[in-house]
Design a protein around this ligand. Structure first.
Ligand code: PXL
Length: 276
């Protein structure tokens, strides 16, 4: 069995980050260790959330793992609480990574043209450095713009996406998976290999509703799938389809108002896809 560690916050309520990654990746048959970087009462879309930064635990925890000779096949980073914390996480990755550890960075920091409430404009600069040490990064269009200092557009053509991909590839990761792309009126995910220049567009259904935590459902499923030996293209398909399935179930159950998606109810669908 493969083993990963996911490095991100615990939002105690609100279905995102570790409370999504742990059940999904474990259910996919991949051992999932956690490095909680902060504990929040809820995710940051709730008013008056509390946050206890756990940055001072990162070095002692990784030192202990190193001393115990604990090895990881994958490292997956998500939401990180501050620019300072990103620097510490980069040091931790450097320490616990072996030659064949696969590093996935989801630069979870923005959506719909804006940074999440807890971040200032210096945060993306640090996140861009973390992206530079990844095997693969999973930004949405807004995050891609913040990472590359590009203008965010709702309407665009293919040349805009090509330019974003070009600038993202300069950050240094080996591959890019760009989410929420509209091309030729199709909605989907573009994957790009920075070494070969090959790209692949997977289009999927667009449900006209936006829920919190869907990026984390996608990233977790993607990581689980890659660890189970699927290709990037297969993993993009499995992660997209499971996320869409979770959104549909949520929409049918409660309509537009939900603090997260019903990924739990959609779990049998995922298990069937990953078992093929
Ligand atoms: O889903 C990403 C995420 C994770 N963790 C926290 C968040 C968010 C998005 O807003 O606030 C605390």
């Amino acid at each position: 069995m493969k083993r990963i560690v996911t490095i991100q916050d615990i939002s105690c309520f609100g279905k995102c980050s570790i409370t999504v990654a742990l059940p999904i990746i474990s259910a996919m048959g991949v051992e999932t260790a956690i490095m909680p970087t902060a504990v929040l009462s809820t995710h940051t879309m709730f008013k008056n959330f509390t946050c206890k930064d756990l940055e001072d635990q990162i070095v002692p925890v990784t030192d202990h793992w190193k001393e115990q000779n604990i090895k990881f096949d994958g490292i997956y980073t998500g939401y990180l609480a501050s620019a300072e914390q990103i620097k510490t996480v980069m040091g931790a990755i450097d320490k616990i990574k072996s030659e064949d550890t696969y590093v996935v960075v989801d630069p979870a920091m923005a959506d719909n043209g804006s940074l999440y409430p807890a971040f200032d404009k210096d945060f993306p600069k640090e996140m861009a450095k973390l992206c530079g040490i990844a095997d693969i990064i999973l930004p949405n269009i807004t995050e891609a713009c913040f990472l590359t200092n590009s203008e965010y557009k709702e309407e665009y053509d293919k040349s805009y996406i090509d330019e974003l991909i070009n600038k993202l590839s300069l950050l240094g990761s080996k591959k890019i998976v760009l989410k929420g792309v509209v091309l030729d009126e199709k909605f989907g995910v573009l994957s790009y290999d920075c070494l070969t220049g090959e790209s692949n567009f997977y289009s999927h259904e667009r449900i006209p509703v936006s829920y919190h935590g869907t990026g984390d459902v996608f990233a977790s499923t993607f990581v689980g799938s890659v660890m189970r030996g699927k290709t990037i293209e297969e993993s993009v398909k499995i992660a997209s389809d499971y996320t869409v399935e979770s959104i549909k179930i949520t929409y049918n159950r409660v309509g537009k108002d939900s603090y997260g998606v019903d990924f739990e109810t959609a779990m049998p669908y995922l298990i069937e896809k990953i078992s093929k």
